[in-house]
Design a protein around this ligand. Sequence first.
Ligand SMILES: [Zn+2]
Length: 387
Amino acid sequence: MKTNKLFYADTHLAEFSALVVDCFEGKQGFEIELDRTAFYPEGGGQAADKGTINGIEVLHVHEDGERVLHRMPQPLPIGETVEGTVDYAHRFDLMQQHTGEHIVSGIINARYGYHNVGFHMGWESITIDFDGIIPPEELPELERLANGAIYQNIPLKIWTPSPEELPGVFYRTKRELPWPVRIVNVPGYDSCACCGLHVERTGEIGLIKLFSCVRFRSGSRIEMLCGQRAFDFLSRNYEQNKQVSAAFSAKLLETGDAARKMNGLLEEQKRRIGELETEGFRAAAARCSGLGDVLLLREGLDSVGVRKLADLTAEVCGGTAAVFSENPGGSFAYCLLRKGGDLRSFNKAMTAALNGRGGGKPECQMGSVRCGREAVLKHFVSFSRPE
Ligand SMILES: [Zn+2]
């Protein structure tokens, strides 16, 4: 039986009563057919409505030919009148996103001739894919135009032209569609074939925020949000920026500058610390001059630091430079270096004795050992310790 789709007559209808026409057990629950429904079934790029029937949660709503089926966790008696409640906040959000998407697609189609070739409605953002390159620098202008449609609070015109009318009706499509075609028209902005649900007037969208425009396949992908969700997202962003502003003691609209300055400062300090570290390494290496095999124990050096100190030391000590740096976790990063030497078997014996692993070029063996400081000192007892 053909279900009377109340949602097309009134997209703002949330409460309704209906007769249970059929009820049967499906694979994922009980499928309930009503004589009429305000629940929008999944389709046309729009998700199914959520809500309850007789207070019981509706799991999914889908179309089966001309009838709409409501998936429920339990059966409902055929012939009984039931009360349906659509989760209106969820529905309204979907309508805000959907009509907003039409307006943006319409503007882009009119401006560049590109078509919407993909639409994804996620929670964090919705994306629209177009079959051409949209210059990202034009995003603010596109956003301004889209929001202009909202400020004008234009009533949407949704209709199904007669077979005679249809050929004369313009709508955004890549190919001619067979009659009947439901046209969703935002006068001045867009005309598109669509079976989804839309707000009655553009003002209900409230806000359209375009976040990004990036190359996607051979075209572009626009990321956006509309309505309450856009507002909430921007509010959360504002909250974050307030924290950044307080942390940097910068004005709200100057946090980017403050962050860049801070990054520059950090880079400069990193460079300076690197210089000081190298100076310290040179001084430590100089104290090892001519001592032959030496052991240097340090703390807090990473593998790059350990390598650098070993390099400088091996240049002047005339033997093997063994540099160990203790980590807070109770292990040591190490580097064994002997100019022109082959430390592979020495390294193998050492890692076996000190519970470690490592390797590298014959003259330079690096890795880590997990043992106590005393064990390291004991293993390298024949090495000089200049400090
Ligand atoms: Zn649509």
